[in-house]
Design a protein around this ligand. Structure first.
Ligand code: FMN
Length: 139
């Protein structure tokens, strides 16, 4: 069964996890990158606000054909209790009705509420979340 992991990472932790998971399950990797280089201040202030408002961001062009994959995993960090803004771009790149597995990485904050919000965002775009994994990246 061929799998793909579509991910966004700001500080590298989700990338590290995506790369490790890809090695473990022999999946292809697709990285979604923002056009801008955000400063930490911008990420926490503007990025968090945009994530809370479920806004998209400007991403570098990325094209993929998911028809060859049976399993699609999407991995993104949590920002301010919501999936980081590129998640909203990724949802739009997925074909309607697609089933996905989600990996959300987060720090020491409470991420319980994020699950419901993330699944609800996917549902609004007619994307079915068949598995949700919450990964704490702090030790
Ligand atoms: C702008 C911003 C907002 C964040 N908000 C939260 C949060 O609400 N809850 C939490 O547990 N961690 C939060 N974090 C921590 C990240 O979710 C966590 O470190 C994540 O694994 C980072 O992934 P990355 O290195 O791939 O960007 C935030 C980090 C950033 C940069």
């Amino acid at each position: 069964m061929k799998s793909v992991i579509i991910y966004y990472s700001y500080t590298g932790k989700t990338r590290e996890l995506a790369e490790k998971t890809a090695r473990d399950i022999d999946a292809d990797l697709i990285e979604v990158k923002e056009k801008r280089n955000r400063s930490t201040f911008n990420a926490y202030v503007c990025g968090s606000l945009a994530a809370r408002r479920q806004k998209k961001t400007e991403i570098k062009e990325v094209t993929f054909d998911l028809s060859e994959y049976e399993k699609v995993i999407v991995a993104v960090p949590i920002w301010a209790g919501f999936p980081s803004t590129p998640f909203n771009n990724i949802l739009e790149l997925l074909p309607e009705g697609k089933e996905i597995e989600l990996i959300l990485t987060s720090g020491s904050g409470n991420s319980k509420g994020s699950k419901e919000k993330t699944i609800s965002l996917a549902k609004q775009k007619n994307i079915k979340v068949i598995k949700y994994t919450d990964v704490k990246t702090t030790k």
